[in-house]
Design a binder for this molecule. Structure first.
Ligand code: BMA
Length: 343
């Protein structure tokens, strides 16, 4: 394994050329679509559930004009084609729903349908560290937490970017996750792990799946992106990969933003998903459009959170990704071509 370094001032690493951006790269969801207070709409999870596309997105709002947002909620949107979404009249979930002073923020949802149930993994900031949560969604339009979610698992800190596989493998549920071992690994050398569970509540048998140094377009950290998709040649999953360039200064609204986020893809063995069959050696998506490069809170960020077969042609998949921590965008990719690029 190499411990390569992408040096400062390197240009953005070009993408493979397999993904075609929908809407010419213009957002499929942004604050203009939201009928309540909204600023940055991004990092959505997506699922095809009971005959329609569902998106649960992150809404950071109440920007202080400098570097922070006062509030962060999750919102919900629906669509018949996976591209044109209509946002519900009120937000879905916020930290306030928990009535627990420990919980300060919920964000970055990822959706997986298992059987006839919709599950959500999400990040939970607490006063004592960042945790990953798994919940079964009971009602996307309800008022109280008990009506909205059945919380199944909350990890110890520091962990997030969890995604569930859409079925049991070898009799167990499986998830990808990204602990962030700041002391033992050094700042920002974070990798993707896999864990298993008999019941979605108790998780273990954890193994390292993919290390940051194995990704040629990362010099900083990686993390699971969208929940894996079953194909006849393996589980196809998207991840995010980060390169840091300390020579960068203002890139977006903050004084300083030195990271760039890419999307990559990996193929995992169907029966033993801890076995990586291959990854894309170049990014599947690199920041490239106006919305990914020049506009928004943190530019040069593409952050994949949803990956679904395309309704009009199952040979293609839709990729949902946050752009610049401000917009939700989408792209299409041919599934066979992506598998070939992983091998
Ligand atoms: C990560 C998470 C994401 C965010 C990304 C880029 O650490 O906080 O929610 O999109 O950084 O800022």
């Amino acid at each position: 394994m190499s411990d390569h370094t992408i040096t400062a001032r390197d240009p953005v690493i070009p993408e493979l050329g397999l993904a075609r951006r929908i809407n010419d790269g213009r957002p499929i969801l942004s604050r203009e679509y939201v009928p309540y207070e909204a600023d940055c709409i991004f990092n959505a999870g997506a699922a095809f559930y009971r005959g329609e596309y569902i998106m649960v997105f992150r809404n950071d709002h109440g920007f202080d004009g400098k570097d922070t947002f006062a509030r962060c909620d999750l919102g919900v949107a629906r669509s018949s084609d996976g591209i044109h979404f209509e946002v519900a009249s009120k937000p879905f979930l916020s930290a306030a729903d928990f009535h627990d002073p420990e919980i300060t923020r919920v964000y970055d949802p990822r959706l997986t349908v298992i059987g006839d149930e919709l599950y959500m993994c999400f990040a939970i900031d607490t006063r004592h560290g960042v945790c990953g949560g798994i919940a079964r969604i009971l009602d996307l339009y309800a008022d109280t937490l008990a009506e909205k979610l059945e919380i199944l698992n909350v990890t110890t800190p520091d962990n997030r970017n969890m995604v569930l596989f859409p079925e049991k493998i070898g009799g167990r549920y499986a998830r990808l996750e990204r602990p962030f071992p700041v002391y033992s690994r050094g700042r920002d050398r974070f990798d993707i792990w896999i864990s298993y569970s008999p019941d979605m509540r108790y998780w273990g048998d954890s193994k390292l799946l993919l290390a940051v140094e194995d990704v040629p377009f990362a010099n900083d950290k990686i993390g699971p992106g969208a929940p894996p998709m079953r194909t006849d040649r393996g589980w196809l999953a998207l991840f995010h990969a980060v390169d840091r360039d300390d020579a960068r200064g203002r890139n977006g609204w903050e004084e300083r933003w030195t990271k760039r986020y890419y999307a990559g893809a990996m193929l995992l063995d169907l029966n033993n998903p801890a076995k990586v069959l291959g990854i894309t050696k170049e990014p599947l998506l690199s920041p490239a459009t106006e919305y990914e490069l020049n506009q928004g809170y943190r530019t040069h960020v593409v952050f994949p959170g949803g990956f679904l077969p395309s309704g009009d042609d199952p040979a293609y998949a839709l990729i949902y990704y946050g752009a610049s921590d401000t917009f939700e965008c989408a792209a299409r990719v041919n599934i066979d071509e992506l598998i070939a690029a992983c091998r």
